[in-house]
Write a protein that binds this ligand. Structure first.
Ligand code: DC
Length: 225
């Protein structure tokens, strides 16, 4: 069983995907974390986002893998668990910028497809329904207005005690959306057979419930065909 959840930053993909995976006993694969690990490697090497040649070379040296500990995905970069280091704004921006590179995508898509071949998965990202798992039984395109997504991110950071500015967060989200949606390779877009779920007016429980309802319907269709 493959469940693909795509959508822009801050739509609630990872929270929803994680809850659903634990409910169904599937593994949850956060593909953004892989692009983030690659981005961290590039930052550490001092490689700039527009240095195509250096990024392609770096793909040969960055060994990225995934481990699951108590159901939680850990991203391993050259033997190091980098989970706690990949959620910064710098890494977010580098991940969005370097993910336009074909070699980076090729490397990480192969890893994602292998994971989905070996287990039932709920996988989230930008190109899961369109490129990574085109035959997924369920595809959901999860979105919310830019304002709502920025507000959610703002509250998340505030809760962690971090100093932040709502207008700046909204600006960054818009920039990242634009880059992710307009790149040439596997841009973020709703797959033709994906179901749109707009969570702007929902809290997390309502969104999980609605996603669960969509999945339930699709699974019934799959079992009866
Ligand atoms: O989901 P996220 O915010 O952790 O993703 C970080 C960046 O990685 C995102 O801006 C674009 C890139 N990405 C991608 O190109 N394809 C994916 N399947 C997942 C993420």
């Amino acid at each position: 069983m493959q469940i693909a959840i795509d959508g822009p930053a801050g739509a609630g993909k990872s929270t929803i995907a994680k809850k659903l995976a634990s409910e169904y006993g599937y593994i949850y694969v956060d593909t953004g974390a892989m692009y983030r690990a690659m981005a961290l490697y590039l930052i550490r090497c001092g490689i700039s986002a527009d240095d195509k040649e250096a990024i392609e070379k770096a793909c040969e040296y960055a060994d990225i893998s995934i481990r699951f500990i108590d159901g939680d995905q850990k991203v391993i970069l050259n033997g190091e668990d980098v989970n706690g280091l990949i959620r910064t704004q710098e890494v977010s921006n580098m991940a969005s910028a370097s993910s336009v590179n074909g070699k980076v995508r090729e490397k990480l898509v192969a890893l994602q497809q292998k994971l989905a071949k070996d287990s039932d998965v709920v996988m989230d990202g930008r190109d899961i329904g369109t490129k990574v798992l085109p035959d997924a039984e369920v595809k959901i395109f999860l979105t919310a207005s830019t304002k709502v997504r920025a507000k959610r991110r703002y509250e998340e950071l505030k809760e962690k005690g971090e100093d932040c500015d709502l207008a700046a967060i909204e600006r960054e989200i818009k920039e990242r959306d634009h880059r992710d949606m307009t790149r040439t390779l596997s841009p973020l877009k709703q797959a033709d057979d994906a179901i749109l779920l707009d969570t702007s007016d929902m809290d997390i429980e309502q969104a999980v419930k609605e996603a669960g309802r969509i999945i339930g319907e699709k699974r019934n269709e799959c079992h009866s065909c």
